[in-house]
Design a protein around this ligand. Structure first.
Ligand code: BEZ
Length: 381
């Protein structure tokens, strides 16, 4: 009988087994879905951290997995007040995400001074602007000899990746932009920001950026935990510098039908009632509707750290990749099957248009299937 756990050391490949035999424990006939195979594969994950010098200082990034021929790397950029681990670990270690990401090498960039154990920058250090942070990315790709990416960014990281894509459109195959605000702060925003600055500490302002007012007033365990982490962060001064760069960002000036636009498929994601909801909706209205998907996640306090409901994001990400021709649907049967009717199609939330078409949906099973690339997806979960 084929028994996968006890007989093979961690580095040992799975033996061939007759297709009619299933695992003794999980009864899976598919090796890639077997409980024990997953356990065996996990320790073999290759993880390496590197730093490269750029014209704007050094940048640190961590690479997971090995490069796959003819596939872009997934490159992530985190939000203010976080680093790549606190921002992306819940999503990238989510079980259903494994069968997606194992097909890609991942490069997780830490904004300067945000990497674990980063020393505090000396007084007077000129922190890079968001545009300069975007200009550091080519050095990372050159170092790794990667030619194209699929970017996944949150908040400030989403802005940085969008700026990078505007400057280097040929190297970006797709973008997942979570809670992006592409607009510079207006005078009113600045006045409000200055006023808040008089009464609030940096940790409180960053909490206001990461969580909605409703979440903050609920003061859940998650909020308390995060407040405690950021208040006592040894690199709080560095975090403040990244925060200042975020608040000094320029307008990305997206223009529907104009020259300044994202040319690749884009999936915009926002939480319903998230602090950035209006900005993301406006961003959606400015991008090419044939290239842009919009995913709205019903606001609920995130179960896992900051990314709400990774199951739904995972599934949307899968369809996004499928739309780009990267994930054969045959590879994804378990994910599709495990999906319940938790995703439902919704009418457009874009004030300017009403496009509720978009994601093909089987009303009986409640499953969503990928449309051809460029179809807009507007989903409320
Ligand atoms: C990854 O597999 O890409 C990953 C693992 C842990 C934290 C973040 C990303």
């Amino acid at each position: 009988m084929w028994g996968c756990r006890d007989n093979f050391p961690v580095s040992f490949p799975h033996p061939a087994r007759p297709p009619w035999q299933s695992c003794r424990r999980c009864r899976s006939q598919r090796r890639s879905h077997c409980c024990q195979d997953r356990r065996l594969r996990r320790p073999r994950l290759l993880e390496t951290t590197h730093s490269v010098e750029t014209p704007y200082g050094s940048v640190t990034f961590t690479v997971y997995g090995t490069p796959k021929p003819k596939r872009p790397a997934i490159l992530t950029y985190h939000d203010v007040g976080l680093n790549y681990k606190s921002c992306f670990q819940p999503l990238f270690q989510f079980e259903d995400m494994q069968e997606i990401i194992q097909n890609f090498v991942r490069v997780h960039v830490d904004a300067p001074g945000m990497e674990e154990g980063a020393p505090v920058f000396p007084l007077g250090y000129q922190y890079p602007s968001l545009d300069q942070l975007a200009d550091m990315i080519p050095c990372v790709l050159q170092y790794l000899n990667f030619s194209t990416i699929i970017g996944v960014g949150v908040g400030a990281g989403a802005y940085i990746l969008a700026r990078y894509a505007l400057n280097h459109p040929d190297t970006v195959e797709g973008l997942v932009l979570i809670n992006i605000d592409p607009n510079a702060k207006g005078w009113m925003d600045w006045a409000a920001h200055k006023l808040t600055g008089l009464t609030s500490s940096i940790p409180e302002m960053i909490l206001g950026h990461l969580f909605s007012q409703e979440e903050l007033s609920g003061n859940s365990e998650l909020i308390q935990k995060y407040r405690n982490i950021i208040t006592h962060a040894p690199n709080l001064d560095n975090i403040e510098l990244y925060w200042n760069s975020y608040n000094n960002r320029r307008d990305l000036n997206f223009e529907r039908g104009g020259d300044i636009t994202l040319k690749c498929p884009v999936m915009l994601v926002v939480g319903d009632q998230a602090p950035h909801e209006d900005a993301v909706v406006e961003c959606n209205s400015k991008l090419d509707p044939t290239q842009t998907s919009f995913l709205k996640v019903t606001h609920r306090l995130p179960r896992l750290f900051l990314l709400p409901q990774p199951g739904k994001l995972t599934e949307a990400f899968k369809y996004f990749l499928q739309g780009m021709g990267y994930m054969a649907s045959s590879c994804m049967t378990r994910l599709s099957r495990s999906r319940t009717a938790s995703l439902t199609s919704a009418a457009s939330v874009d004030g300017n248009r009403s496009r509720s078409r978009t994601l093909s949906q089987s009303s009986e099973s409640g499953t969503l299937s990928s449309g051809p690339p460029g179809h807009t997806m507007e989903v409320s979960c």
